[in-house]
Design a protein around this ligand. Structure first.
Ligand code: ADE
Length: 232
């Protein structure tokens, strides 16, 4: 899968995308993430990519021209399945959207700054608008990193058995069960006996019950959907 990212702050994306599982995904050739500095397409020699908003008001708006030229240039080489603008007024990102995006070949992400991007770019180019939650970040870069990580780890071959996404929270519409490692007794706090007795079927049942209980306690809204508890 290829993910291109248009940003004014490529440095912000470097670290999260070049460590751990995202690094491995790229080293294995399963994921190809490239950042493009929007200032390459600036309207003048000062690197201008934003301007005052019409109608007045505080905050700059990212201009049409640099963004349109950047997207047109990148589209010459790649047919994008989705052109995604990261914005707090987009649809809220979740595991379902991550799963759906992980099946695509080519994505283009646009990171906004200041007051956001000119509405005409949203109308003319953007096919999907995604928010990573109901709060406002200083720019779309951290949101883009979240999206790339959540999608990238789902690509076949990226995770091994130990890190398998199959038992993640949300993957079955349930939160993940509690996990334990050595020692079996930590300051008198014991690992549940069932995990020590080595019977895989009973352990699976226990984990499922714990998942349901944790979901009921913490996210009862997730159990409102039909079928969630029919999968056992
Ligand atoms: N840009 C600023 N805030 C954002 C958010 N919550 N999600 C996605 N992009 C953003």
């Amino acid at each position: 899968m290829k993910i291109d990212i248009i940003t004014v702050l490529p440095e912000l994306l470097e670290s999260p995308l070049n460590h751990s599982i995202m690094k491995r995904a790229q080293d294995k050739g399963l994921l190809n993430v490239k950042t493009y500095n929007l200032r390459q397409w600036a309207v003048n020699k000062y690197g201008q990519v934003d301007d005052y908003q019409y109608g007045g008001g505080a905050g700059m708006v990212m201009m049409c021209e640099p963004l349109a030229n950047a997207i047109d240039t990148l589209q010459k080489d790649t047919k994008y399945d989705e052109i995604i603008y990261l914005t707090p007024d987009g649809i809220t990102f979740n595991q379902k959207i991550a799963n759906a995006l992980s099946l695509k070949e080519n994505l283009l992400l646009i990171c906004g700054h200041y007051k956001g991007i000119d509405e005409r770019i949203r109308q003319q180019y953007v096919t999907m608008e995604i928010s990573i939650g109901d709060y406002v970040l200083s720019g779309g870069e951290l949101a883009a990193a979240v999206l790339v990580d959540a999608v990238g780890r789902l690509l076949p071959g990226v995770l091994n058995d130990e890190t398998s996404a199959l038992f993640d929270s949300f993957q079955d519409d349930l939160l993940a069960p509690p996990v334990y490692t050595r020692p079996a007794d930590f300051r008198g706090l014991k690992v549940p006996e069932v995990l020590l007795n080595g019977n895989p079927k009973i352990i699976d049942e226990w984990r499922y019950e714990q998942s349901v209980e944790r979901t009921r306690n913490r996210r009862p809204d997730m159990l409102d959907k039909p079928d969630v508890l029919d999968k056992a």
